[in-house]
Each structure stands twice: as structure tokens, then as C-alpha cells.
Design a protein around this ligand. Structure first.
Ligand SMILES: NC(=O)C1=CN([C@@H]2O[C@H](COP(=O)(O)OP(=O)(O)OC[C@H]3O[C@@H](n4cnc5c(N)ncnc54)[C@H](OP(=O)(O)O)[C@@H]3O)[C@@H](O)[C@H]2O)C=CC1
Ligand SMILES: C[C@H]1O[C@H](OP(=O)(O)OP(=O)(O)OC[C@H]2O[C@@H](n3cnc4c(=O)[nH]c(N)nc43)[C@H](O)[C@@H]2O)[C@@H](O)[C@@H](O)C1=O
Length: 357
């Protein structure tokens, strides 16, 4: 990859896409292109073709996707499969038609079976049933990686896929209904602390910056209290989802971006297997920290960082999702990349970012 190679980052305003853009810029890449969702709807095949006809990128990163936490995945099941299949079909398809030299597809570790052997190696793919709460999304992501692998095997392309663990970082989604657990907990603890301290200035400021269901800081106290109750934010306690027993692994989004650029710069499809080694020639690499924590432990850690001292309860009537999801990162480590930001420091950094944005 030369520094003036034309690189298209689909989803360059998202959590990971924006971090990949920043990482490439910091490494001296000068010819980056991106389009917002408003400028180019990747579900529109005609417009995606017109974009590729005009731009002819040499490298493509597919970081655009319809993304969300457990509740969003379980609720908008049709959107998760339909939109993700559409986006990746259009972007990977046009990349192929336009002779893109290298493509990086971002999947997710939810592609692996619900009861996969832990830590989960790349070879666990398609070895058992998926977790039902995110099955439509996982099937779309599996299709994306198989699309890459199949183009590689049939047409000799150089498409790679990376499977990140749960991510968090600057620009995260803090919407309490659709977000992932870490940003959701951070915001809930911030609001629960303010409520416990009767600090309405903090609550109103937060809602002004990020309205919840259209409720802003100008709403009446009763309306806000009603909204908070529905979100489990109570004057003396915070009620979180599930049992608190599931185990997750978290990776700072800028580490994820660095790993993605590392794969783009250093790993080709031919490096992911040895001739004759196996009949299966998957092109995916796990990206994670290899460090796990229970959701209950995560809640304690975030409470400590935010300074929330109230009771933390779990509501077992809400879904837990996969009970354990720890990636085996030995392939990534052996290729030469390791994460740098530990969870403790990452939460502090994200909270500082949250308070200032
Ligand atoms: N966040 C996480 O914890 C994890 C993420 N991943 C994967 O990493 C990748 C990036 O995720 P992340 O950065 O978190 O997601 P974000 O939601 O932050 O970013 C996704 C981006 O894609 C854009 N996008 C979505 N639909 C369209 C469309 N139809 N046309 C054009 N642009 C579109 C979004 O724009 P807009 O918001 O305007 O719609 C947004 O900028 C995804 O493939 C995701 O599956 C994998 C594992 C964990
Ligand atoms: C990245 C990954 O992300 C999703 O899978 P997930 O890890 O199950 O999602 P999550 O981050 O939303 O939850 C993790 C755990 O945390 C618990 N939990 C507690 N309290 C809150 C809470 O307040 N909000 C949320 N969101 N979760 C909570 C929740 O019940 C669950 O046990 C899929 O998109 C999947 O497809 C995917 O790829």
C-alpha cells in the first residue's frame, strides 16, 4: 500500500470507521475517501455502482453496517439481516467489478456458535447453532465473510475479514435502547449518580446533549423520572439487563482500528493458510484483547469510574444473550499485533470523552 493509494472507507463516520480513518491519516495515507449515509445510501445498488464508477478506489474497508446491542438485534431482526446483506452485497460486489486490489470486511465474533469452545478460535465458524438474539445479524456477517472467501478462491482476489469482539470508544452510541452494554452502562451510571445526588443540572445537560426518546433537558421532572424508571434508573438503585453472569471481552475502538490497518498493510489472503494445510480456507482473523469480564464485574468497574455508589440490580427477565464470548487471539498475536488499551483505562478515557462531547 503506497501512501497515496486511494482507500475508500465505507462507514467512515461510525465508531470504527472514524477510528480507521484517523489511524490511516496518522500513518501518512493521503488519499482517503468516504461518503456519509446521506450522501450515499449503501443499500442503493445503483448509487453504489455510480460511486465506484466515478472513484475507482484501490482499497476498500467495509466498516458500514447496521449495528446495535442485544435489544436492537433482537427487536429489529429483519433490518439486521436485510440491511447488512444489502450493504455488503453492494460494496463487495462493486469492489469486485472495479478490480479493488484489497478489501477488508468487518464482521463480528457473534458469527461463532453460541456454545463454541472457549476461547473461540477462527475454526469454530459454523460448528454449531448461533445465539438466537443476534442470529439474523450473525448470518449476514457469515455471508459477508463467505462472500470474501469465495471471491478469493474462485477469482483470486485478496479480501480479508476481521471479526472484532465487543468494541467501545469515542463516538460510541449512547442511546439507551440501541447501544451496546458498555456505553449504555456508562450513561446510566452517570444519570443514576446525578439522580441520587438530586443534581438536576447534570441530568438536564445530559438530556440536552443526547435526548432520550425525544425527551430533552427542558422536560418536566415527572416526565424525566418516568423515562428514567422505564430505563431502570431509580433514585436509590440502577437496574441493568439480564443476570449479570454473561462474560464479554471488550476492545478499545482505536485498538480495533489499528489492528484493521495492520491487517490491511501486512496480511494477505494467501498468508492465512498454507497450501495443502486444510480444505477450509477462511479469510477471517479474530480481533480482541483476550481478556474477559462478567457483566456484573463490568458494572462494578464502571460504577467506580463514574463514582456511582447506589445499589446495582439485574433484571433476569431481560435476555443475557451468549453466556461466554472470549476470542482466541493467538492467530492475531502470531501475526504480530496486540492490543494496547486495557479496560480500566479505556473506561476512564471514554467517560472523559463522554463528559466533553
Ligand atoms: N460496535 C461494536 O461493538 C462492534 C462492531 N462490529 C462491526 O464493526 C463495524 C463498524 O461498527 P460500528 O463502527 O460500531 O458501527 P456504527 O453504527 O458506529 O457505524 C456504522 C456506520 O455505517 C453507516 N451506515 C449504516 N447503514 C448505512 C447505509 N445504508 N448507507 C451508508 N452508510 C450506512 C452508519 O451511518 P449512519 O449512522 O448515518 O446510518 C455509520 O456511520 C460493523 O461491521 C459492525 O458490525 C463488530 C463487533 C462489535
Ligand atoms: C458486539 C455484539 O453486541 C451484541 O451482543 P451482546 O454482547 O450480547 O450485546 P450487548 O453489548 O448489548 O450486551 C451484552 C450483555 O450486557 C447485558 N446488559 C446489561 N445491562 C445492559 C444495558 O443496559 N444495555 C445493554 N445493551 N446490555 C446490557 C446484556 O443483557 C448482555 O448480557 C450483538 O449486537 C452481537 O451481534 C454483537 O456482535
Amino acid at each position: 500500500m503506497d501512501k497515496d493509494t486511494k482507500i475508500y472507507i465505507a462507514g467512515h463516520r461510525g465508531l470504527v470507521g472514524s477510528a480507521i480513518w484517523k489511524n490511516l491519516e496518522s500513518k501518512g495515507y493521503t488519499n482517503l475517501i468516504g461518503r456519509t449515509h446521506e450522501e450515499l445510501d449503501l443499500m442503493d445498488g445503483g448509487k453504489v455502482k455510480a460511486f465506484f464508477d466515478a472513484e475507482w478506489p484501490e482499497i476498500v474497508v467495509v466498516a458500514a453496517a447496521y449495528v446495535g446491542g442485544i435489544k436492537a438485534n433482537n427487536t429489529y431482526r429483519a433490518d439486521f439481516i436485510f440491511r447488512n446483506l444489502g450493504i455488503q452485497q453492494n460494496v463487495i460486489g462493486e469492489s469486485f467489478r472495479h478490480g479493488v486490489k484489497k478489501l477488508l470486511f468487518l464482521g463480528s465474533t457473534c458469527i461463532y456458535p453460541r456454545d463454541a469452545h472457549q476461547p473461540i478460535a477462527e475454526t469454530e465458524l459454523l460448528q454449531g447453532p448461533l445465539e438466537y438474539t443476534n442470529e439474523p445479524y450473525a448470518i449476514a456477517k457469515i455471508a459477508g465473510l463467505k462472500l470474501c472467501e469465495s471471491f478469493n478462491l474462485q477469482y483470486g482476489t485478496n479480501y480479508m475479514a476481521v471479526m472484532p469482539t465487543n468494541l467501545y470508544g469515542p463516538g460510541d452510541n449512547f442511546d439507551l435502547e440501541t447501544s451496546h452494554v458498555l456505553p449504555a452502562m456508562l450513561r446510566k451510571m452517570h444519570l443514576a449518580k446525578a439522580l441520587m445526588e438530586n443534581n438536576w443540572a447534570v441530568i438536564r445537560e445530559d438530556l440536552d446533549r443526547r435526548a432520550i426518546h425525544g425527551v430533552t433537558g427542558t422536560a418536566g421532572e415527572n416526565e424525566i423520572l418516568y423515562l428514567f424508571k422505564k430505563q431502570g434508573i431509580l433514585p436509590d438503585a440502577l437496574e441493568l439487563w439480564g443476570t449479570g453472569k454473561p462474560i464479554r471481552e471488550f476492545l478499545w475502538s482505536e485498538d480495533m482500528a489499528d489492528a484493521s490497518v495492520f491487517v490491511l498493510e501486512n496480511i494477505d489472503f494467501k498468508d492465512t493458510y498454507q497450501e495443502g494445510e486444510t480444505e477450509i480456507r477462511n479469510c477471517h482473523i479474530n480481533i480482541g484483547s483476550g481478556v474477559e469480564t462478567t457483566i456484573a464485574q463490568l458494572a462494578q468497574l464502571i460504577a467506580e469510574k463514574v463514582g456511582y455508589k447506589g445499589e446495582i440490580r439485574f433484571n433476569p427477565n431481560l435476555p443475557d444473550g451468549t453466556m461466554r464470548k472470549l476470542t482466541n487471539v493467538s492467530k492475531l498475536h502470531s501475526l504480530g499485533w496486540k492490543h494496547t488499551v486495557e479496560l480500566d483505562a479505556g473506561i476512564e478515557r471514554l467517560y472523559a470523552w463522554y463528559l466533553n462531547s
